[in-house]
Design a protein around this ligand. Structure first.
Ligand SMILES: NC(=O)c1ccc[n+]([C@@H]2O[C@H](COP(=O)([O-])OP(=O)(O)OC[C@H]3O[C@@H](n4cnc5c(N)ncnc54)[C@H](OP(=O)(O)O)[C@@H]3O)[C@@H](O)[C@H]2O)c1
Length: 334
């Protein structure tokens, strides 16, 4: 089979498409013929050794994918050859076949095709967990989403809107903000590509407050960090919840007195760990998400499709901040 393979850490372009043996499932694994895989920022990090999870070499990145089960291990229960499924695990999806533990598989709902399903678990699973369990988001609360035109950002817009919130989307390009509007954002804020300048930071805080009658936002969803975090925290409402999601820019240092002054919470969100520690709650979240999808309350969309041979380009589009919306790799057509 063909796979984009990481044999040792290095730049994204140092890893190549190779032909290797189809893997053999262990007792608890299913062998999935991969149709499509979502591309996400952890793929940028994991092949360079910069991610918190470090799969064994050699590995293919691609933590979310869809396909058809072709073989099952001796202890697999409830799954059979021919099942159409979504797989979610740290890696393995950028290949023609992937192994997946039986507990990291969900049925692909009838309402989804393979491409749609491949961009669903990581981003929608994270967004609903962030808003439901971590922020306890209430209808009509104001939510600020940063990096809002990224894969995770767009899913956060969908989920927050489906939960009845008013969404302010922030991003670095007008075209990205148009995408956020299409996804349902009520308001948008254009921030600069580099917010290191303190005047730009003040402008960002001021714009957030202007869009919330001077009160600030109830919930901030921050997958970006860097220089964007502090001005966003300065624009929190009283008793707000600041969701720490990721650091595509960099890991910021925050003056903790801001949490005191705002009476607000700074809340960590780690979906991968939540899936393991609270599997039942995660399953309930997905039931809710599949229902939202069937009712068209959330409409995941792949903005750009690449072939497996172009995996490097696909991952680099995220690393260089060029990607708009969600990117996926189509490995086999329906
Ligand atoms: N906590 C969790 O459980 C969890 C789960 C999934 C993902 N994540 C994290 O969430 C983050 C977003 O993932 P994603 O897949 O949505 O990524 P993505 O599609 O690449 O979007 C990330 C956005 O970050 C912004 N950004 C700001 N500075 C950047 C830089 N220097 N390089 C690249 N992008 C930059 C960009 O928007 P602008 O240009 O508009 O600023 C971009 O659209 C990642 O850090 C990922 O690891 C966390």
């Amino acid at each position: 089979m063909k796979a984009y393979l990481c044999r040792e850490y290095g730049p994204i372009s140092s890893h190549k498409i190779e032909t290797i043996d189809v893997p053999i499932p262990n007792d608890n694994d299913a062998l999935i013929e991969v149709y499509a895989a979502g591309v996400a920022f952890p793929d940028v990090l994991v092949v360079q050794g910069l991610y918190q999870i470090k799969p064994e070499f050699p590995f293919s990145p691609g933590g979310e994918f869809t396909g058809v089960i072709r073989e099952i291990g001796s202890k697999v229960k409830g799954w059979k050859e021919g099942d159409r499924v979504i797989g979610f695990k740290g890696s393995g999806g950028f290949a023609e076949y992937a192994l997946c533990n039986q507990f990291n598989i969900m049925p692909l709902p009838d309402s989804m095709d393979f491409l749609t399903g491949s961009i669903f678990p990581l981003n929608y699973g994270t967004s609903i967990h962030a808003f439901k369990q971590r922020a306890e988001l209430q209808p009509s609360e104001n939510v600020l989403i940063m990096g809002a035109a990224g894969g995770l950002g767009i899913s956060a817009i969908h989920v927050a809107k489906a939960m009845g919130a008013r969404v302010i989307a922030a991003a670095s390009e007008t075209e990205k903000l148009e995408l956020c509007k299409e996804a349902g954002a009520d308001e948008t804020i254009l921030y600069s590509k580099d917010l290191s300048n303190s005047d730009d930071q003040k402008t960002f805080s001021r714009k957030i407050k202007e869009l919330t009658n001077g009160n600030g936002v109830d919930v901030t969803f921050d997958p970006v960090g860097g220089h964007y975090a502090e001005p966003a925290l300065r624009a929190m409402a009283w008793k707000g919840r600041y969701l720490v999601i990721g650091f595509t820019s960099s890991i910021p240092k925050i003056p903790l007195n801001l949490a005191l002054l705002k009476g607000c919470q700074i809340v960590g969100v780690f979906w991968g760990s939540f899936c393991i520690r609270e599997a039942m709650v995660n399953a309930q979240n997905f039931n809710a998400l599949f229902e939202m999808h069937a009712k068209k309350l959330i409409q995941p969309k792949v903005e750009k499709i690449y072939s497996l041979d172009r995996t490097v380009e696909a991952i680099e589009s995220l690393a260089t901040r060029q990607a708009r919306g969600k990117v996926a790799i189509q490995i086999k057509s329906e």
